[in-house]
Design a protein around this ligand. Structure first.
Ligand code: ZN
Length: 147
């Protein structure tokens, strides 16, 4: 049965309620205490924007090296990186952030976006460690040989 519910935000929205009459009544009563779908989506979006703004502020003291990858990867990875760094940053010791900042591969940030903070730092340390070894090896090879 379709019912028009006036939500807490004042907007009216049609809902298809199923189940026994008592269940429908309970559902309708509950729906009246919630915001409509449009307001819910708008609120979520506003929360995301607010979270992104506060994350950017939290990492504003860090120098974020440019990411590498496709435009799509970079734009997605930038959002992930800011969010993760904001959670990791620590005014007394930004070592964890520093390890993560070494990783500029956009794909890495996307692939590891669901890791816990500790696992992310461990993965970053490992990734940056490998990169450093490669850099060291390269510089040794580049050195002129003196005999
Ligand atoms: Zn509404």
């Amino acid at each position: 049965m379709e019912q028009r519910i006036i939500h807490a935000c004042g907007h009216e929205q049609a809902h298809h309620l199923t189940g026994f009459e008592s269940q429908q009544e309970r559902k309708a009563k509950w729906l009246k205490t919630t915001t409509c779908r449009d307001c819910f989506v708008a609120e979520k979006r506003a929360e995301e924007v607010a979270a992104a703004t506060s994350s950017s502020a939290a990492v504003s003291h860090l120098v974020l090296p440019p990411l590498t990858g496709t435009d799509r990867q970079i734009s997605w990875a930038s959002t992930i990186r800011i969010k993760r760094l904001a959670a990791l940053t620590n005014p007394n010791n930004d070592a964890d952030c520093c390890a993560c900042l070494q990783v500029t591969d956009a794909k890495w940030w996307i692939d590891y976006r669901d890791l816990t903070d500790a696992d992310l730092v461990a993965a970053a340390t490992k990734a940056s460690g490998i990169q450093n070894v490669t850099a060291v090896t390269a510089s040794i090879t580049d050195m002129p040989r003196t005999a």
